[in-house]
Design a protein. Sequence first.
Length: 418
Amino acid sequence: MQFTRWLRLVLVRPFRRAGHRTALVAAGLPLHLAVVPLWLWLLGTLAALVPAVAPLPLLLTLVVTPLLTVGQRRRYRALAGKDLPRPAAPGPGRTWKSAVRRLVTRALWRQVCYHAVAGPLFAVMDLAVLAVWAAGLVAASIYVWIWALPPHWRFTDLGYTTQAAYLTAGGLVLLFLAPRLTGALVRLENRAAEVLLGPSRTEKLARRVADLAESRAGVLDAADAERRRIERDLHDGAQQRLVSLAVNLGLARATLGDLPADARKVIDEAHREAKEAIAELNNLVRGLHPAVLEDRGLDAALSGLAAHLPIPVHVAVNLPQRPSPTVEAVAYFVVSEALTNVVKHAQATRADVTVERIGETLLVVVADDGAGGADLAAPGGTGLAGLAKRVASVDGTFSCHSPAGGPTVLTVELPCAP
């Protein structure tokens, strides 16, 4: 079993993709040789001391480079099933400035380096690999085509029995090496094409960052949409059922006057707990995503939030236009949690909330006159670390200034591009 597996790995596996790889090498040969006449022309003009003609081969090289790049991309797509990533485009336009901008891009000169420097070297390697395949096939099949030769050549010049046997053995060795050489050359060409014909490392990182930012924005939008769905389900489902239950219990308490004292006590207790559950559910819904935020925006939502607090809160919102729903939800959540912390921990008598848009930044400031001492790094403290993470999820900045004795000022800046 082990010997059979070894034979399969050594003899069969290298030939599985040898045909496609050899076709890829053969198709790349004319593309790799395309710039060689231009370089010979350049060397000829320099040797003949005709410097005025020297720029022509260089200009033609720049002209044919994009065409050769297109040919290489089609070669890899058709024969290897691989799409080479394209570098960043320099920008549209047909003016002389756009033409100069294209000439000075690193992507163009990396392509010139591939076609003018690496291309001729790959052409030599392609010829060598194809020669190995041709020599191996001819030598290994000598006993097949030797019968086409005249008998005199067959028995005297080739020896038929001795030299032909040696040629067959040599051909088998070349056929053993040919797929491995082809695979190594294809891997080398793939690597060179990815580096020189594709985007640079900086462009790849920029694309990766853009993709991650887009995917993260999609996740945040999905999470916000899910919170809205939960809010609607709670408001239209569980909350309405609790209200109906509380109403029925109130009616039972008012209409059933001949109930025993114990039964009336149970109804009173159930009615009270139902009203408390409704109040808690209202707070939960308001914390998830209040309907007024979606309908009327931050000003109305924050004003309604401040009205339910036991301390006076001054709210000032100055927004010429509404931000995106995700940024709006984060701003509301930050203010809601900050005011909750003020009520629970700050021992404050008043608070101020300011929301305004400055350029492409949404500035949120929550200040109170409490005892201060809020610490962002405090373990299990007032939840400031959670606020900072929520703000960072949309590339915002979070800062907290809270000296001992107060006051405490939370400042949040959220990106709010138009």
